[in-house]
Design a binder for this molecule. Structure first.
Ligand code: LLP
Length: 438
């Protein structure tokens, strides 16, 4: 018998008849046994559902040509790129390495948008010669470089100009890349975006498709997206007045929030997208603009909740008068987000997932650094050495930000589909870790 464990209303997380945590119906202890720990587990069915949800919602809310691009920075490997393509998504890549991964997975170049605030000459040459559909240009110098390189390669490159809308981060605390004084993009409020657009339109080898904007991450409410839409539409109207150019594409970036802790609830993304669609249509009517095709770039919203990391407890140490430390065989090397951002997670003892979480522990990693923690004051079933501990919602920005600090090999990723498991990334070995040592 399977019972659901009430975790972020995620029906894929259950307790099976043995009392073990099951992920997508698969016994987590069996996975830990088969592949070893630490282990990233990814519910592929859930990833594909999330991808389909964004594709369908965007098709319904926006004009033809609108689609989500999977922000592969959240979790980039060949299998994820292939899933995104199979589910009808485009792809957002931010480095030549991500582009290489996508192309190696057979992702069609024309469906890729290449980002980055410091692209090198070689990066741009690689992107243009690979035939990527869009380069998101971060500024004027880069536009000039793209124009020159495209000319040399006999191409006319599709480009979105990245702009910053000047949205006040104090209004929305979670929003922090849309302000003017950031390393990304060209600011709208200063007039720079308008001026650069005029010059972009004169470039022979650049086909300006429209504009890109990303206001931040972990956005729970539609309001910041509304504000972003309003600012961008006003800008489109300004561009049309000044240069007689009507942009056909608006890329609103990513940023859909997910619930990491039990007191959070993830937003209803389909509803948010529907409401942004209404806002966009109304705004275009008011300004007498044709409704542009819309791109969005969800990363976390696609993969975060589908990921669970499994560890094995190495020791449990109660410091007299202090805290209870539960040390596991992974840590900041596979999940640096607590050490980096103080990001909070939810955990459970996978062996007794249905039991009450009566212990409060500090979940410690195995690195030689006291800051190597996965969380503090975490509610969990009383843990014992040898137990498997599951940390939830680790699908985004965990594997992709993992490191070999302390020469710890990176864990593998096991993907679950229809109740069966397969490896999509294998475990690194000590040989891998020393491969580049001369
Ligand atoms: N598009 C652009 C241009 C971005 O910069 C980002 C994220 C995304 C899309 C995807 O955003 P998402 O939907 O995943 O929120 N390492 C941090 C997250 C950094 C996000 C950077 N840009 C973390 O672990 O929370």
């Amino acid at each position: 018998m399977e019972t659901e464990i009430d975790m972020f209303q995620q029906p894929n997380l259950t307790v099976n008849a043995a009392g073990h945590l099951a992920i997508g119906g698969v016994d987590s202890l069996a996975l830990a046994e088969k592949y070893g720990t630490p282990l990233y587990v990814l519910d592929e069915d859930m990833v594909r559902e999330r991808m389909a949800l964004y594709v369908d919602a965007m098709r319904a809310a926006f004009p033809a040509g609108s689609r989500p691009l999977y922000a592969s920075k959240a979790l980039c490997c060949k299998a994820l790129c292939a899933m995104a393509h199979e589910q009808g998504m485009g792809l957002d890549v931010v480095s030549a390495g991500e582009l290489y991964t996508a192309l190696a997975a057979g992702f069609p170049a024309e469906d890729i948008c290449f980002h980055g605030n410091a692209k090198t000459e070689a990066d741009i040459r690689y992107a243009v010669s690979s035939g990527v559909g869009i380069i998101a240009a971060d500024g004027e110098e880069e536009l000039e470089r793209i124009d020159r390189i495209a000319g040399e390669l006999g191409a006319r490159q599709g480009v979105l100009l990245r702009v910053t809308p000047g949205i006040d981060p104090h209004t929305f605390a979670a929003v922090n890349t849309g302000v003017v004084d950031v390393k990304f993009g060209v600011p709208i409020p200063t007039g720079d975006a308008l001026a650069v657009t005029g010059r972009a339109l004169e470039k022979e080898n650049i086909h300006l498709l429209g504009f890109h904007c990303h206001i931040g991450s972990q956005i729970f409410e539609p309001d910041p997206f509304f504000l972003e839409t309003d600012v961008l539409l006003a800008f489109l109207a300004q561009v049309r007045r000044a240069w007689g150019y009507t942009a056909g594409v608006l890329d609103l970036g990513g940023g859909f929030a997910v619930a990491y802790t039990e007191d959070q609830r993830g937003p209803d993304c389909a509803d948010m997208i529907r409401r942004v669609g209404e806002r966009l249509a109304a705004g275009c009517r008011a300004l007498d603009l044709p409704v542009p095709a819309v791109l969005m770039e969800p990363g976390r919203g696609i993969v975060a909740a589908a990921g669970v990391t499994l560890y094995t407890v190495q020791n449990v140490k109660s410091v007299p008068g202090g805290r209870c430390y539960v040390a596991v065989d992974g840590g900041m090397t596979d999940n640096p987000r607590y050490a980096l951002y103080g990001a909070r997670y939810t955990a459970a003892v996978a062996d007794r997932a249905g039991e009450a979480k009566t212990a409060r522990v500090t979940l410690a990693g195995c690195c030689c650094e006291s800051g190597d923690l996965l969380g503090e004051d975490m509610a969990i079933q009383p843990p014992h050495t040898g137990d498997r501990v599951a940390v939830f919602v680790t699908g985004a920005y965990n594997y992709s930000m993992a490191s070999n600090y302390n020469r710890v090999p990176r864990p593998p990723i096991a993907a679950l589909r229809g109740g069966t498991d397969r490896l999509i990334v294998r475990r690194e070995t000590w040989e891998d870790v020393t491969r580049y040592d001369l």
